[in-house]
Design a protein around this ligand. Sequence first.
Ligand code: PMP
Length: 337
Amino acid sequence: MSSAEVARQAGISPDQVIRFDTNSSPWAGADLTALGPLALNEYPDPTYAELTSAIARYAGVSAAAVTVGAGADEVLDLLAKAFVGPSDPVLLSDPTYSMYRTISELAGGLVTEVAAQNWQLNRRSMQEAASQARVTWLSNPNNPTGELLPLDFIAELADATAGLVVVDEAYYEFAGLTAAPLIADLPNLVVVRTLSKGFGLAGARVGYALSGADVSAALAVVRPPGSIGSVAAALGTRTLADVAVMRARVAQIGKLRERLAVDLEQLGFPVRTTPTNFILVAGAPGLAKGLANKGMVVRSFEEGSAMSGWVRVTVRAAEENSRLVDAMRQWRLADDS
Ligand code: PMP
């Protein structure tokens, strides 16, 4: 739901709405004036050479290993377009990021879901099913459970299939673990990342894939030439030049995450923390609605899903988290009465 609609229903102004549901960064921070004059009369460089080399430097790979896109979402979609054909078997663990199913089905794929057990990916069943799959999607850490799979499992899975194994590392900056070094030995592995989370540029739409030569070549065929605007590309390049700012913010989110978890536990809410910028909180039915009525949006899950009864909460700035804690305290008191 848009912030304007949340505000309308809560009877507040849109700038009072706080998004705890998007796993974005609390700091606006991007200074467009620092970019200087850009030739916006011209199309972006279709090779995105500067952005690509900034990503390559950051990721410690060659520019040939990098494919850029308008957010991780476009990169994931390009992978589906390049590798999933009509009736191709596609594999994912449930629950995971919903986009994998959508883009696989749009490409004509037939999705098999392996149910996680206690929010933990069923490694044995995934391993077995992967051997038949054209594409296996993994979110590592997993949105929404926060589970972080070890690299030896990912390597075994990629080794056991001729299909593509996509490791979506949207939360890499928080978790600090990457499958990228495995690609040298396992060319059917591809890592997808974004500047939307740790780097705080969700509004700019910059994401990328790290892959071997064959996957890069396949992506080049389906990648549109100009889906990242010049402003976003320049902002991405500039942001990657100052990794220290990102690291400081990621460290701060880590501290704020533990603080928020403790505060909510003290109110009596069961909490599961994750190596990302979100936590999971158990709340009786009505919690998400109660918070939305105060302009605070958390991610709730469908009845009957593995996550039902829990909400996913993005860690935001200290003052915003305090407002959430206060609202949840009030909700708890009202709920108990
Ligand atoms: N993958 C995962 C696992 C995500 O959680 C998200 C953002 N919600 C994305 C991809 C999409 O990121 P982007 O903003 O780069 O499209």
